[in-house]
Each structure stands twice: as structure tokens, then as C-alpha cells.
Design a protein around this ligand. Structure first.
Ligand SMILES: C[S@@+](CC[C@H](N)C(=O)[O-])C[C@H]1O[C@@H](n2cnc3c(N)ncnc32)[C@H](O)[C@@H]1O
Length: 242
């Protein structure tokens, strides 16, 4: 399925071009905030929910799936970029498939998990909204959805604190990165609304602190699906008996 806007298309094009640079950066712990805070924070948030199976959406080169598999969690990673999935498969330690958010939204992936996670992988507007609509169909009853993203207050910079597309940059990354993509900024309130609109109840919101700056390095939303789930065959909500 085609991306829904030129900005969404640029996000995918950028990741296609930066596969090697990204894989090197992650595997050599070149991103300080990940090394110091956010990697551990997302693993802990997942372990807290004690899932038996996890779908890592926008898995990149697969580090999180490997971390979970090492803890006996059945983990599957999906990503739109075939070369990233290839990198993930080469490193092993999990099941990796080329599946985009657009594919998930179109119902082209029919499996269910105890937990779905997106770690710094929700970058667009429509692709993210459509993905949120698809998550309940990917979860077992009572399943959780965990998202780690840039903290809107820290990431806002000098621009107005309002939702909208922002130009991207690879500032702080190595010179190997090229073609930064735009990304869609959401305020904290807009993230909370996004979960609510799609039938999720927010159970926790973590704000892991960077140990040196003492500013939030990210925000982690832990949400659970509370709306009756649609059945795969009928598209109808099952009877709840209430
Ligand atoms: C910042 S990387 C994060 C990768 C990984 N979650 C991690 O923690 O290292 C963003 C990832 O989102 C993926 N992505 C972006 N848009 C996507 C889409 N529409 N469908 C599937 N994957 C997408 C990219 O290919 C990339 O792997």
C-alpha cells in the first residue's frame, strides 16, 4: 500500500537510504541517550507487563526483539524496509518480517500478541493514526500497547508547541546519515488523545530522565485495549454479555 502523503513517502525513503548508518549506530551504541537511558527503559516497561509474545512494530535492525527473545519472550519484529529486516535476520534471535504500518492497517498481517511495542518508530501522521486503528486487532484480549517516543516538551525546541510536520535533521548523528525526513510533532495531550480515540486506556506514562541533563530523555506510554475486539471474520464486535 502506498504512503498517504509526500511526507510519509520521504520517511520511508530516508530509512531505505540509512540502513547501514542506522545499523552501525545501534550496534555500536553510538546514540548516547539510548545507551544511558531509553534502551533499558523500554525493556523494563515491557518486562513489567509480563507478556509471553510481543510484536515490535518498526523494529529496525532488530535489537529489541533480540533482547526480548533472550528473556524467553516470543518476539516478532516487523519493518517496512527490506534491507533493515535483512540486517535483523542476519543477526538472528527472532522472527522478522517486511510489513509496513500501511500493511498492518490494511489487515495484511493476521497474528495476535500479548503486547505490541513501537520504540522511537512513530514518525508520521496518517501512518501512525491508521496504525493505532489496527493495533486492537493485533492484540490478545487484555493486550497492551507500549510506545516510546521523543518527549514532546524536550523535542519541541523553539517552535510553537502545536501538532504539525517538522523538518528532520541528523544533528548529533554520524556524517554517514543522509536525507533526513520530516516528522510529525504531537503534543503530550495529542498523544494521550490518540490512545483514547482508538479505545486504549493509558495505564502508565513514564518519563525516563537523562542522568546528565536531568531532562526527560523520552516518554513511554503503556496502554491497554479496553474496547470490545473485532473478530477477524465478521469485522463485528463480539457480544460481551453486558
Ligand atoms: C528510529 S528507527 C527505530 C527502530 C527500532 N524500533 C529501534 O528501536 O532501533 C524507526 C523505524 O521505523 C520504521 N518505519 C518508519 N515508518 C514505517 C512504516 N510506515 N512502516 C513500517 N516501519 C516504518 C523505519 O524503517 C525504522 O526502522
Amino acid at each position: 500500500m502506498e504512503p498517504r502523503s509526500p511526507e510519509e513517502a520521504r520517511i520511508l525513503a530516508s530509512w531505505s537510504k540509512n540502513v547501514s548508518a542506522w545499523t552501525d549506530a545501534v550496534r555500536h551504541s553510538a546514540i548516547e541517550s539510548r545507551k544511558l537511558v531509553t534502551d533499558r527503559a523500554i525493556v523494563d516497561a515491557i518486562l513489567d507487563a509480563a507478556p509471553r509474545s510481543v510484536l515490535d512494530i518498526g523494529c529496525g535492525e532488530g535489537w529489541l526483539v533480540r533482547q526480548l527473545a533472550a528473556r524467553d519472550i516470543q518476539a516478532t519484529g516487523v519493518d517496512a524496509i527490506p534491507a533493515l529486516v535483512e540486517q535483523a535476520r542476519k543477526a538472528g534471535g527472532g522472527d522478522f518480517q517486511v510489513v509496513s504500518y500501511e500493511d498492518l492497517a490494511a489487515g495484511r498481517f493476521n497474528r495476535r500478541f500479548d503486547l505490541a511495542v513501537c520504540n522511537f518508530a512513530l514518525l508520521g501522521k496518517e501512518s501512525v493514526e491508521d496504525l493505532f486503528g489496527a493495533i486492537p486487532r493485533l492484540l490478545n484480549p487484555g493486550g497492551c500497547f507500549i510506545v516510546q517516543t521523543l518527549h514532546p516538551v524536550s523535542a519541541c525546541g523553539d517552535a510553537a508547541y502545536v501538532d504539525g510536520w517538522r523538518e528532520g535533521s541528523w544533528n548529533g548523528f554520524s556524517a554517514d546519515f543522509t536525507d533526513p525526513a520530516p516528522w510529525y510533532f504531537r503534543t503530550l495531550g495529542s498523544w494521550v488523545d490518540l490512545f483514547r480515540r482508538h479505545g486504549f486506556e493509558l495505564r502508565r506514562m513514564h518519563e525516563p530522565l537523562h542522568p546528565l541533563t536531568r531532562k526527560p530523555a523520552s516518554v513511554i506510554f503503556v496502554a491497554c485495549n479496553v474496547r470490545p475486539q473485532q473478530t477477524a471474520l465478521s469485522g463485528q464486535a463480539p457480544e460481551t454479555g453486558e
